[in-house]
Design a protein around this ligand. Structure first.
Ligand code: NDP
Ligand code: GDR
Length: 341
């Protein structure tokens, strides 16, 4: 019996399975031998077929972060040792246009997940990862000017998304303190890659760069180009999520690269990948992509995660841009060579 318990296969439930991080995480957990369950929403989610094709080892469970009963069912069906709560309305610009939905999903949805674990009697057996974000910091770190944000920096969110995430962060910490639950919050800075949605600026650029190279579009429309972000690779960051849940105690950890770069720098490297030195003729600024309030600069300090979790990012900024452009060139070229319907 003891032997059976010790060799029991680990089970993980991922909310946000159709998203960027859900894909990377499912892949890594599967490679580690986990049985992986994914929460999927909607009657006709167009991304269901992608998950079923690319990750046939994932068992999909219908549910929605705004539907508490569906979350109870998902937790009971998967009976997870680890639950990664990645689902959210995650686009900052969109959150200004749909603030109430953002609060329902990105804030209250976290409470629904925590309650689903607690009321099904799993408070002491299911470890939870909450996807917190550098958007909770917002502006400058007034306490440590010039230094990166760490776990002790002040929060000052600048969007409905950031405010909703801050609720999720605090309610997760509250359940850790109130019910002695293993709930860890990863305060992750921007991370990108081949799976990034094209609505986010990095993928929007690499997707357009590939299409410009192949003559499929003339230019790209963007908003502000001066904001700076601490951009890492999603594959590296989901490894950090897993490490947080293997740690001996639940805690909060910043994951970041410790470097910050502007969108202009991203454009320079991306266009250089296709042999274009001056990107300016190919970029049109459109106010539609500007936000009512902007986060000027984000820079993170991952020292705690490096020291306590042994976490390291592998992919650097030029490597990230290069792999994303290469991926989009391959995808667009493949589509070009497909016979038309
Ligand atoms: P994505 O936007 O790629 O994925 C979001 C996921 O949430 C999708 O699978 C989406 O499913 C799902 N979702 C949205 N609404 C609901 C709902 N009501 N019920 C259930 N599922 C829902 O995000 P990422 O993978 O990039 O990020 C993962 C998490 O990490 C998010 O919480 C994000 O806010 C956070 N984060 C991300 C960072 C980044 O740089 N990527 C940095 C810091 C934090 P559907 O297919 O149905 O739309
Ligand atoms: P962000 O990522 O808001 O940092 O949130 P995004 O890529 O959307 O924006 C980064 C910066 O680029 C500017 N920008 C544009 N952004 C988009 N999306 N589209 C454009 O055309 C455009 N032009 C300029 C933005 O104004 C901003 O300054 C991401 C999300 O993944 C969040 O879920 C996550 O929490 C944070 O990263 C950390």
């Amino acid at each position: 019996m003891l032997e059976e318990l010790m060799t029991e296969r680990r089970r993980a439930l991922i909310t946000g399975i159709t998203g960027q991080d859900g894909g990377h995480l499912a892949e890594q957990l599967h490679e580690k031998g986990y049985e992986v369950f994914g929460l999927i929403r909607g009657q006709n989610n167009p991304r269901r077929v992608e998950v079923e094709t690319d990750m046939p080892y994932v068992t999909l469970i219908e549910g929605d972060l705004t539907d508490p009963t569906s979350l109870v069912r998902a937790v009971e069906t998967s009976d997870p040792h680890e639950l990664y709560n990645l689902a959210a309305i995650s686009h900052v610009g969109y959150s200004f246009k749909n603030p109430t939905l953002t609060a329902d999903v990105t804030a209250k949805g976290v409470l629904n997940v925590l309650e689903a674990v607690r009321v099904t009697g799993r408070a002491q057996t299911t470890r939870i990862y909450q996807a917190s974000t550098s958007e909770m910091f917002g502006g400058l770190d007034y306490n440590r000017p010039g230094a990166g944000y760490n776990e002790n920096s002040l929060f000052h969110p600048r969007s409905p998304y950031g405010v909703a995430k801050l609720y999720g962060h605090w309610i997760a910490k509250n359940y850790r303190e109130s019910y002695d639950m293993f709930v860890s919050c990863g305060i992750l800075f921007n991370h990108e890659g081949e799976r990034r949605g094209v609505e986010f600026v990095t993928r929007k650029i690499t997707h357009a760069v590939a299409r410009i190279k192949l003559g499929l579009q003339p230019h790209i429309e963007l908003g502000d180009l001066w904001p700076k972000r601490d951009w890492g690779y999603a594959g590296d960051f989901v490894d950090g999520m897993w490490r947080m849940l293997q740690h001996d105690v639940p805690d909060d950890f910043v994951l970041a690269t410790g470097e910050t770069h502007s969108i202009e720098e991203f454009l320079t490297l991306a266009f250089a990948e296709i042999g274009i030195d001056d990107w300016k003729p190919y970029v049109v600024q459109n106010p539609a992509y500007m936000r009512p309030a902007e986060v000027d600069i984000l820079l993170g300090d991952p020292t705690k995660a490096e020291n306590e979790l042994g976490w390291r990012r592998e992919v650097d900024f030029p490597g990230l841009v290069s792999l994303m452009v290469a991926h989009d060139l391959a995808v667009q070229s493949r589509q070009l060579s497909l016979p038309s319907a």
